[in-house]
Write a protein of this length. Structure first.
Length: 326
């Protein structure tokens, strides 16, 4: 799922666009309008009111509709929204867009009626200015909501595009231990590999075609922190493992970029998800062979070959689909 939500502008931008459009439309009509001064004044004010109303209605509806229907999200995305965003404030801010839309429509109707019934030029012009003031006030009242929605949009556009309904493998382990490299070897993905922990804002995702189906892989950095102490990428990874992964590939790094005792703690924490785990040993090309052999001897089932790892993943994939069809 993709969250390509258009930018939510500052309140002044929406007012400037609406008022400029209204001014231009009225100006275009003024030269061709054949009527007495009173009738002409009314028609031009109607044009401005209708243009402001239609323009702002369109902008506000676009904001509301550009955000997803949160009741229809998958469990993963629902939890991601509630974990990374102030969900109550989000619902409140979207509600404020609807309130503003209705309020603008009400004022437009009221001032159209006032102008239609008025027979004094100066009063008609005063009503026009009053209308602009009322509309400006409405938009200013939702300023905080607009700013909040823009910040929310920036967060949501970084959500990983996880496809629902695919067998999913989480490649899990501490940062910089070879997860992203492994992802590129297992899939057709060409992820961006960076030398520092958590310099990317998104989880890397790749796919492996097996027969007529795809297997989805997610590069998920692990952390020993509690969920409330994790940063946003760690929280996203945690939720991806919890709600999306069917099988987990856990990576050990014997060069100990992270202490081995911490890597063991992370594996123990991972087992709480109660999902199949395949243990893979990375960087074996730069590790002493005796050290690798000793680790394999004390940790039965450890995988070091990519081909063996692929076979184990496909075995889990087949088991999953056998259970689904039985």
């Amino acid at each position: 799922m993709s969250f390509e939500i258009p930018k939510v502008e500052n309140p002044s931008v929406y007012l400037d666009v609406a008022f400029k459009k209204a001014r231009n439309k009225a100006s275009q009509k003024r030269t061709s309008l054949k009527a007495d001064r009173l009738r002409k004044s009314k028609v031009l004010e109607f044009i401005k009111i209708d243009t402001v109303n239609d323009t702002l209605n369109s902008k506000l509806v676009k904001i509301i509709s550009s955000f997803p229907n949160f009741d229809n999200l998958t469990e993963f995305y629902t939890e991601l929204v509630k974990t990374l965003i102030d969900y109550k404030e989000l619902k409140k801010s979207l509600g404020a867009m609807n309130w503003a839309k209705n309020k603008i429509a009400d004022f437009s109707k009221q001032y159209r009626t006032k102008i239609r019934k008025c027979n004094e030029l100066l009063v008609i012009r005063r009503y026009g200015k009053e209308y602009y003031g009322r509309i400006s006030s409405v938009i200013k009242q939702i300023s905080k909501n607009l700013y909040f929605l823009e910040e929310t949009r920036k967060i949501m556009r970084e959500f990983p595009s996880v496809k629902d309904g695919l067998f999913t493998v989480a490649i899990f382990g501490f940062p910089n231990i070879g997860k992203t490299t492994l992802l590129s070897k297992l899939t057709t993905s060409k992820p961006e590999i960076k030398p520092y922990a958590f310099t990317t804002k998104k989880l890397n995702i790749g796919y492996l075609q097996h027969k007529h189906r795809k297997i989805q892989f997610i590069d998920t950095p692990g952390s020993l922190n509690r969920l409330d102490k994790m940063n946003s990428i760690e929280k996203t990874a945690y939720l991806a493992v919890k709600y999306c992964a069917h099988t987990i590939v856990y990576i050990y790094d014997l060069t100990e970029s992270y202490p081995l005792k911490d890597q063991k703690k992370l594996l123990k924490k991972l087992k709480e998800f109660d999902k199949p785990i395949i243990i893979y040993l990375s960087k074996t090309d730069i590790i002493d062979k005796e050290k690798t052999s000793a680790f394999k001897h004390s940790n039965k089932g450890v995988v070091v070959q990519i081909s063996t790892l692929k076979n184990k993943i496909i075995e889990e994939f087949n088991n999953y689909h056998d259970e689904e069809t039985s």
